[in-house]
Design a protein around this ligand. Structure first.
Ligand SMILES: Cc1ncc(COP(=O)(O)OP(=O)(O)O)c(N)n1
Ligand SMILES: Cc1nc(C(=O)O)sc1CCOP(=O)(O)O
Length: 540
C-alpha cells in the first residue's frame, strides 16, 4: 500500500508501513538449532510487520548477501525491509527504507541520495531530536532506549516509558510514525504502550524488538505474543473515560456504583497485597480485614511472581522505603497479571533518594492509581506551589482540579489528592469529595490507610468489571479491567464516611480512641450509608 506525502517540494507516493511489530535482526543472538532465515520466516508468520537488517560486524559483501536473502523472504510475505545505517546496501537492493542513528548520515543528505519514495527512520532519545527529525523530513522515529538492554551498549540515557510521551507530542499533527526500542518484551509491552502516551493522546505506532524474538527458540510464538498485545492495545480507546455518566447530584450513579463496590469486597474477600511502611503495616492490615478483604504484607522480591497471580490488587507505599527491589518486582508482575496497582509515594519530596526511587518505580511499572497529599502530588507534578515537610503536606494548590487533571494525563492513571477536600481525576473529569473528619489528621498513617482502602476498592472494581464484561477482546488491550476512577471514589468515600461516624461516637474521646473506632466503623459500613452521606462535587 502507498500513500501520498508532502515532502516539502513535491508529492511523493510512499509505501505505507504497519509499524506494529518491527523486528530488528540480531543474528548473533540466534539459539542453537535454528538458522537466521528460519527464525525470520517463523517470526514473520507470527506477526512481524516490518523487518530491519542490522549488521554491526559484517563486511560489505556479507551484509549485501544477508540483505538480499532477507529481502527475498520479506517479499514472499509482503513485509517491508529497512536497512540499518548502510545507504549503499539499501540502494543496491532497493530496500523500502533505511534506519539512521544520530551520528550517521543526516536525514537530509540521505534523502538526497535515495529514491524519493524511500522510507527514512532515525533514532531519537529526547524531544529536541524528534523535532529535528521532523524538520529534516524523517518518516518515522525509533525512540529509546526505553529500558536497559543487553543487546547493545546504549550511549544515550534510558528514557523509560514516562519520557516517551513528550517525544510523541512533538509529532502531533504530522504523519511521522513512532516506535520504541530497547528492552521490549512480551512481559512489558502492554505496560510500555499504556505508559508511553503523550498528554495530547498521541500513542505509539508500534514496538521494535531484537532479542525477545531473535533469541527465541520459538520465534513464531514470541512474535505472536508481542503482536497480539500490540494489536489489542490499538483497539483500546484512549484516553480512559468514565464508565458511568454522572450528574452533579450527590446520589449520582457515580456514587451509587462506587459505594456498591463494598458489596463485592464482602462477597469475594479479595487478597490485597500491600508493601507498605513499618509504621502502619498493622493498622492497614486491620483496615483491610474490617472491609471484608484479606491483607498480605509480603515484601520479598522472590515471591512477587507467584503472589501477583493470586492477588486482587497491589498497594505500593514507600513510607519507609527499604524494599525497592520487591516494589519493582511486585509492580511488574501486577501489570503482567493485569491487577490494579495503587502507588502511595509517601514523602516523595522529602529526599533526593525518594524522588529518584519514585521515578525508577514509575518507569518500571504502570500505576493504575497514584494517591498523595498536596506535597507529594506537587513533587510528582514538578510544582513549586506546595513544599514537602517530611511526609506531611505543607499547603494546598490554588487550582487542585487542574493540577491533578494534568498529572493524571501525564502519568496515564487516576490521581487522588488527599486533604480536607479529596480530589480525584482520570485526566478529563475531576471529582471533589467533601467528607472526612479532622481526627484523621491526628492519627499517624491515615493517608496510608486511604491507600489500602482504595486498593481494596480497586480489586473489587476489577472483579465487577470482569464479572460483567468477561475477558472479551475489548479487555485484552487494557492494562487493568474496570473503571479505576470509580474505585478511587469508592475507597475515599468509605474511609472518610467511616471517619465521620467514628468521630461522632460517644466512646471516642480523642485520637487514641478514634483509631479503633475507625476500624470498627469500616467493618460496619454499608453502601447505603456511603450514598447517604457522600458530599460530591464534579468538575468537567
Ligand atoms: C527502529 C530502530 N530504532 C533505533 C535503532 C538504533 O539505531 P542506531 O541509533 O543507528 O544504532 P544502531 O542500530 O546502529 O546500533 C534501530 N536500529 N532501529
Ligand atoms: C538496536 C537498538 N537500538 C537501541 C536504541 O536505543 O537506539 S536499543 C537497541 C537494541 C534493542 O534490543 P532488544 O530488543 O534486544 O533490547
Amino acid at each position: 500500500m502507498t500513500s501520498m506525502q508532502n515532502t516539502g517540494r513535491s508529492q511523493v507516493s510512499k509505501p505505507e508501513i504497519d509499524y506494529s511489530l518491527y523486528l530488528v535482526s540480531g543474528r548473533e543472538l540466534l539459539p542453537e538449532g535454528i538458522t537466521y532465515l528460519e527464525s525470520l520466516e517463523q517470526a514473520i508468520q507470527g506477526g512481524v510487520t516490518v523487518v530491519q537488517v542490522r549488521e554491526k560486524n559484517a563486511d560489505t559483501g556479507e551484509f549485501l548477501k544477508i540483505a538480499q536473502e532477507t529481502q527475498e523472504l520479506c517479499n514472499k510475505y509482503n513485509v517491508p525491509l529497512i536497512i540499518n545505517d548502510r545507504i549503499d546496501i539499501a540502494l543496491a537492493i532497493r530496500a523500502t527504507g533505511v534506519h539512521l542513528g544520530q551520528t550517521d548520515m543526516p536525514v537530509s543528505v540521505a534523502r538526497s541520495l535515495l529514491p524519493a519514495e524511500t522510507i527514512i527512520g532515525i533514532s531519537c532519545n529526547n524531544p529536541e531530536q524528534v523535532e529535528k527529525a521532523l524538520n529534516e523530513g524523517a518518516d518515522y522515529v525509533g525512540l529509546g532506549a526505553v529500558y536497559g538492554t543487553a543487546t547493545k551498549d546504549v550511549t544515550g540515557k534510558i528514557t523509560g516509558p514516562r519520557n516517551v510521551g513528550a517525544m510523541l507530542e512533538k509529532l502531533d499533527g504530522s504523519n511521522v510514525k513512532a516506535v520504541v526500542i530497547g528492552g521490549i518484551k512480551s512481559s512489558n509491552v502492554l505496560r510500555t504502550l499504556h505508559g508511553s502516551v503523550s498528554t495530547t493522546g498521541h500513542v505509539l505506532d508500534g514496538v521494535a524488538v531484537v532479542s525477545d524474538i531473535a533469541a527465541s527458540k520459538t520465534p513464531k510464538d514470541a512474535a505472536h505474543n508481542l503482536s497480539s498485545i500490540v494489536k489489542a492495545f490499538k483497539h483500546v480507546s484512549l484516553p480512559s473515560s468514565l464508565a458511568t455518566p454522572f450528574s452533579t447530584q450527590v446520589s449520582s450513579p457515580l456514587v451509587e456504583h462506587a459505594a456498591a463496590l463494598l458489596y463485592i469486597v464482602r462477597k469475594h474477600g479479595p487478597l490485597i497485597h500491600q508493601i507498605t511502611n513499618t509504621v502502619v503495616t498493622n493498622q492497614s492490615a486491620n483496615a483491610t480485614l474490617a472491609l471484608g478483604a484479606s491483607p498480605i504484607m509480603a515484601t520479598s522480591p522472590h515471591e512477587m511472581e507467584d503472589l501477583q497471580k493470586a492477588t486482587g490488587a497491589l498497594l505500593i507505599n514507600f513510607g519507609t522505603i527499604a524494599d525497592k527491589e520487591g516494589m519493582l518486582q511486585a509492580g511488574k508482575f501486577a501489570n503482567l497479571n493485569k491487577k490494579p496497582v495503587v502507588f502511595d509515594p509517601v514523602g516523595v519530596g522529602a529526599t533526593a533518594y525518594r524522588r529518584a526511587a519514585a521515578k525508577e518505580l514509575m518507569n518500571f511499572w504502570q500505576a493504575s492509581i497514584i494517591k498523595g497529599n498536596a506535597a507529594e502530588i506537587g513533587t510528582l507534578a514538578d510544582s513549586v506551589e506546595v513544599q514537602a515537610k517530611g511526609v506531611d503536606s505543607g499547603g494546598s494548590f490554588e487550582n487542585p482540579p487542574e493540577v491533578i487533571r494534568q498529572l493524571a494525563q501525564k502519568e496515564r492513571c487516576i490521581i487522588v489528592l488527599s486533604g480536607v477536600t479529596d480530589y480525584i481525576s482520570n485526566g478529563s473529569d475531576v471529582v471533589a469529595l467533601h467528607n472526612g473528619h479532622p481526627l484523621l489528621g491526628q492519627i499517624t498513617g491515615s493517608g496510608c490507610m486511604l491507600g489500602t482502602v482504595v486498593a481494596t476498592f480497586a480489586a473489587a472494581e476489577r472483579l465487577r468489571s470482569l464479572e460483567k464484561e468477561g475477558t472479551g477482546s475489548n479487555e485484552e488491550g487494557r492494562l487493568v479491567s474496570g473503571d479505576m476512577l470509580l474505585a478511587a471514589v469508592g475507597g475515599v468515600l468509605a474511609l472518610t464516611v467511616a471517619s465521620e461516624i467514628a468521630a461522632a461516637r460517644k466512646d471516642v474521646k480523642g485520637s487514641g480512641t478514634f483509631l479503633p473506632a475507625l476500624i470498627d466503623e469500616l467493618g460496619r459500613l454499608t453502601p447505603e450509608v456511603i450514598i447517604d452521606r457522600a458530599k460530591v462535587e464534579l468538575f468537567h
